[in-house]
Ligand binder design. Structure first.
Ligand SMILES: Cc1cc2nc3c(=O)[nH]c(=O)nc-3n(C[C@H](O)[C@H](O)[C@H](O)COP(=O)(O)OP(=O)(O)OC[C@H]3O[C@@H](n4cnc5c(N)ncnc54)[C@H](O)[C@@H]3O)c2cc1C
Length: 459
């Protein structure tokens, strides 16, 4: 019998297993995919110029201590996000607004003032150390900003934030959930920032997958069973049995489940989870969170004075960034095709998806058919909704009212079952750092529970 069986080898599961192992516990991880990392996945370029990050990419050296300590431990090189140059914004009608990156787009003075008022209001709310209120949890983010007097351009900008951050519309999440997400991540501005104050500051030159791969190496590959989807979990009070779809059964004193809560229903847990936990988990939403990564021989947009940052109210690309690794000759624009626009885009044929992305880039950079925009050397796309073991991204968002109503059960242990995942993190929720933080906390919970039964484990 293992001390702990961990379901899922994403970053939260890997960290939970690693922390438990360091505390002296015996661990095994069961992972459905044929690789570790979950929503961290770096795919090699055919041109051998490096890898494309289909999931997580950006990190911060000063603000994300767990991620950063692995980057140092594994000796990984990072690239700073390019900020110099002009950014481009596209309005709902397709008009272009070119503006210096980092300031509010050149709307009319009244629209600018309105946007800055709402932004500052949410920023201030997200810096106040308060508990999310049921009142704000029962109102959508969209309605919340309208109630504050947001004008149409501001309402659309808030929707861009919502799409980029969670792959959902601002009508699909509560104001309390959104503000608390920002609170756990150092405030709205920090979530949105591409400089050293935010979550989009640095990228790992050889791909973010190096972190889960390194963690798996530390854990020992014999302790990780890949291609082993868990089919059922039975908590017998004295122990837990976990059975995979391949017919293998693992027995543990405790089980740590690291799947997004939206997917608990796939695990056939018995006895069934308590009704309130089922209600909150079954109602969480995973967003339409897609990437199109367009790779070029040259960073042609820089020649035109742009830094590669684009933002659109029209879509389907909502936000894009330069994700080149210059020293490898790898030049790329990573486009997020999220929210409702992403849902529509995902239904197109692959060649149509590629066409609409290239056409939008051409329109936003105001270049014609003879432009290099139409001559990518490689084109990657990733639709996380289509992944059976992810079913969407970024992280589950609770239904209206549920975040406060089910606070006492959401993410809390049940019998011998413990839950981890970036969605439960108290810091950098939704990020790799959040997954590591939650994994650490989950392992601590298991160690303490086992210590109450036997004094052997110490963390
Ligand atoms: C497009 C995109 C961009 C992102 N950008 C960033 C970024 O720039 N910076 C950042 O920090 N974060 C980013 N993130 C978020 C980051 O990837 C996640 O927060 C983090 O990886 C989540 O880790 P997790 O362990 O909580 O969940 P997951 O990674 O979802 O791990 C869950 C694991 O469970 C496995 N699993 C599922 N079902 C079963 C089953 N039945 N049996 C066994 N195993 C199962 C899955 O295969 C997976 O490995 C991004 C995510 C996406 C999708």
């Amino acid at each position: 019998m293992f001390d702990v069986v961990v379901v899922g080898a994403g970053l939260s599961g890997l960290q939970a297993a690693y922390s438990a192992q360091k505390a002296g516990l015996s661990v095994v991880i069961l992972e459905a995919r044929d690789r570790v990392g979950g929503k961290v996945w770096s795919v090699p370029l055919a041109s051998k110029r490096g890898t494309a990050d289909m999931g997580a990419a950006w990190v911060n050296d000063r603000l994300q201590k767990r991620v950063w300590s692995f980057i140092e431990q594994f000796g990984l090189q990072v690239v700073k996000q390019r900020l110099d140059g002009k950014a481009v914004m596209q309005t709902e009608d397709g008009d272009r607004i070119v503006y210096p990156y980092g300031i509010t787009p050149e709307f009319t003075p009244a629209e600018k003032k309105n946007l800055e008022f709402i932004r500052d209001h949410i920023q201030a709310a997200s810096l106040r150390p308060e508990r999310p209120s049921p009142e704000n949890d029962n109102v959508t983010l969209d309605q919340y900003v309208r109630n504050l007097g947001a004008c149409p351009k501001t309402v659309q900008m808030v929707n861009v934030w919502s799409r980029v951050m969670h792959g959902l519309e601002s009508t699909e999440q509560s104001a309390a959930w959104f503000i608390d997400y920002c609170r756990r991540n150092r405030g709205l501005l920090s979530v949105r920032a591409d400089d050293e104050t935010g979550g989009n500051h640095l990228r790992i030159s050889t791909g973010a997958q190096q972190i889960p791969n390194g963690l798996a190496h530390l854990l020992g590959s014999s302790n990780i069973h890949l291609s082993s989807p868990v089919a059922s979990i039975e908590d017998h009070r004295s122990h837990v049995t976990i059975t995979t779809t391949t017919g293998r059964t693992f027995v543990g004193k405790k089980c740590i489940i690291s799947l997004p809560s939206t997917m608990y229903r796939d695990l056939n847990i018995s006895p069934p989870l308590p009704a309130p936990l089922q209600e909150v988990a079954n109602s969480t939403l995973l967003g339409h969170y897609n990437k199109a990564i367009v790779c070029y021989d040259r960073p042609w947009w820089r020649d035109l004075g742009y830094n590669g940052f684009i933002m659109s109210y029209k879509g389907p690309v909502i936000v894009g960034r330069d994700t080149s690794v210059d020293e490898n000759g790898f030049y790329a624009l990573t486009c997020f095709v999220n929210g409702r626009e992403g849902e529509k885009w995902a239904k197109l044929y692959p060649h149509e998806r590629r066409r609409v992305v290239l056409e939008q880039l051409a329109a936003m950079y105001d270049v014609g058919l003879d432009s290099e925009v139409y001559r990518p050397i490689e084109f990657f796309e990733q639709i996380w909704k289509h992944e059976p073991y992810s079913k969407g991204a970024l992280a589950p968002v609770t239904a209206l009212g549920h975040y406060t109503k089910f606070d006492s059960v959401y993410g809390k242990p049940v019998g011998n079952l413990h839950f981890v995942g970036t969605e439960f993190s108290t810091e950098w929720k939704g990020y790799m750092e959040g997954a590591l933080c939650s994994g650490e906390q989950g392992a601590k919970g298991v160690v303490e529970a086992l210590r109450r039964q036997s004094p052997r484990a110490v963390l």
